[in-house]
Design a protein around this ligand. Structure first.
Ligand code: PLP
Length: 377
C-alpha cells in the first residue's frame, strides 16, 4: 500500500519513537514536582523548549505546549478576543484551516474580515496592501502553506507589512514545519505547529506567542506553562516532537527536499499528459514540494479515492472530513473554482519516506483507474 496522505498525518519517524520510549522509560517525574524526578522531567522540558526556540529563532519563554494545532489556533484567537479592544477586527485569509476561521467567527463574529486569494490560491497582496493603508486590524492571520493545495503564502511579505503598521502577525505553520526550514519564522508574533504532520506523535503541538503578552488559558486548574495552559505536560511526546523536528531540520539543511520537488514535478507532468482534462490546482504559485492538488476529469472524487484505495494508493480529497462526510472545499471555492469542480479534487501528499518509485507507481495507478472510470467499468 502506498501512502499519499501525509498532509493529514505522517508516520512517526524512528528518531521520534526512540525519544518517546527513552523519555517514557527514564523520566518518571511530573515537571512541576520539587524532587529529583520532577527536576529531571523539568530539565527535559526546558531542553525541548530551548530546541524549538532555537529552530524558530525566538525566546524559549515564547513557547506554550498544546495538544496540537487545533488547540493552539483556538488559544491564539481566544487570546486576541480577550485582549484586543471591542471594535478590533481579526483579518484571516480565505483559506485558513477551519480551526482558525471557526474560532475567529466564534469570538469575533462579524469583526472577522476575510482576506481574498488569487486563482492560484495565494493571498491577494494588492488587496492586503490597499486595505492595510486604510484600516488597521487588531491582528492578521495567514497560514504559511495551505494543507489542501500546498500553495505557499507570502508570509515574510505579510509580516513586513504588519510590522510597518505595528499590527501583530499570526501564522499557522502546521504544513510548513518539517517540510521547509523553520528559520526566520520566529519573527512572526504568533505561530502554531503540530508534531504529527512532520513525523512526531499525534496529540502534541505548540503556540509561540510573545512571552511579554501573557496568554489567557482556555482551560483552568493548573499553573503549568506559566499559567497559560493548565494540565501536566506530556513530556515524552514533547521530547519526541523535538526529535522529529531536529531530524527534519537536518534533512532540510542538506536540501533533500529539492530532490523531492523534482519527483513531484515529474509526476505532475505525466499526470497532465496521461489523464486528459486534469487540472493541477495552484500550478502557477510556489508550492510545497510534497503536495499535488488536482481536479480529476471523470467520476466523483469519492469514486476515485475508493478505486485508488483498492489499487493500493491512499489519497485524499483534502477537505475537512471530521465526520467521515466530505464537505466541499472552502479553499477551492475561495480560489474561484465552481461547485462542480470543487467536488472533483484529489490531494496527493507525499512525505520524506516517499520515493521516486512511489510517485511513478501512483502515476501508473491513476492511469489504470482512469481507464476503468473512463471505460465505465
Ligand atoms: N492547521 C492546518 C494548516 C492543518 O493542516 C491542520 C490539520 O490538518 C490543523 C491546523 C489542525 O491540526 P490538528 O488536527 O493536529 O490539531
Amino acid at each position: 500500500m502506498f501512502y499519499f496522505d501525509y498532509n493529514a498525518t505522517a508516520p512517526v519517524m524512528r528518531e521520534a519513537r526512540e525519544a518517546w520510549l527513552e523519555a517514557t522509560e527514564k523520566i518518571h517525574g511530573n515537571p512541576s514536582s520539587p524532587h529529583a524526578f520532577g527536576l529531571a522531567a523539568n530539565k527535559a522540558l526546558v531542553e525541548a523548549r530551548e530546541k524549538l526556540a532555537h529552530h524558530l529563532g525566538c525566546h524559549p519563554a515564547d513557547i506554550i505546549w498544546t495538544s496540537g494545532a487545533t488547540e493552539a489556533n483556538n488559544m491564539a484567537i481566544h487570546h486576541f478576543a480577550q485582549t484586543l479592544d471591542a471594535k478590533s477586527e481579526v483579518w484571516i485569509s480565505a483559506i485558513e484551516h477551519p480551526c482558525v476561521h471557526d474560532s475567529s467567527r466564534h469570538y469575533f463574529g462579524k469583526r472577522t474580515k476575510v482576506i481574498p486569494v488569487t486563482h492560484d490560491g495565494v493571498v491577494d497582496m494588492e488587496w492586503f496592501a490597499t486595505e492595510m493603508a486604510d484600516t488597521r486590524p487588531g491582528v492578521v492571520s495567514v497560514m504559511c502553506a495551505n494543507n489542501e493545495t500546498g500553495v505557499i503564502q507570502p508570509w515574510r511579505e505579510l509580516l513586513a507589512i504588519c510590522q510597518a503598521y505595528e499590527v501583530p502577525f499570526f501564522t499557522d505553520a502546521v504544513q510548513w514545519l518539517g517540510k521547509m526550514p523553520a528559520k526566520d519564522l520566529g519573527a512572526c508574533d504568533f505561530i502554531t505547529g503540530a508534531a504529527h504532520k512532520f513525523g512526531g506523535p499525534r496529540g502534541v503541538g505548540f503556540l509561540k506567542a510573545p512571552h511579554k503578552s501573557k496568554i489567557n488559558s482556555l482551560i483552568f486548574g493548573g499553573k503549568q506553562e506559566r499559567g497559560q495552559r493548565a494540565g501536566t505536560e506530556n513530556l515524552p511526546i514533547i521530547v519526541a516532537m523535538l526529535a522529529a523536528l531536529d531530524a527534519r531540520e537536518k534533512q532540510l539543511a542538506n536540501n533533500d527536499h529539492d530532490t523531492r520537488a523534482v519527483w513531484r514535478e515529474k509526476f505532475e507532468k505525466l499526470l497532465l499528459r496521461q489523464v486528459p482534462g486534469t487540472t493541477v490546482v495552484g500550478l502557477g504559485a510556489p508550492r510545497l514540494w510534497n503536495t499535488v492538488s488536482a481536479l480529476m476529469p471523470e467520476g466523483g472524487q469519492q469514486r476515485w479515492v475508493t478505486r485508488l484505495d483498492k489499487a493500493g494508493f491512499a489519497v485524499s480529497t483534502g477537505s475537512a472530513c471530521t465526520t467521515g462526510k466530505e464537505e466541499p472545499s472552502h479553499v477551492l471555492s475561495a480560489m474561484g473554482y465552481k461547485a462542480g469542480q470543487v467536488t472533483q479534487v484529489l490531494r496527493f501528499s507525499s512525505g520524506w519516506e516517499t520515493t521516486a518509485a512511489d510517485w511513478e507507481a501512483l502515476e501508473k495507478g491513476i492511469v489504470k483507474v482512469y481507464g476503468e472510470v473512463h471505460g465505465g467499468k
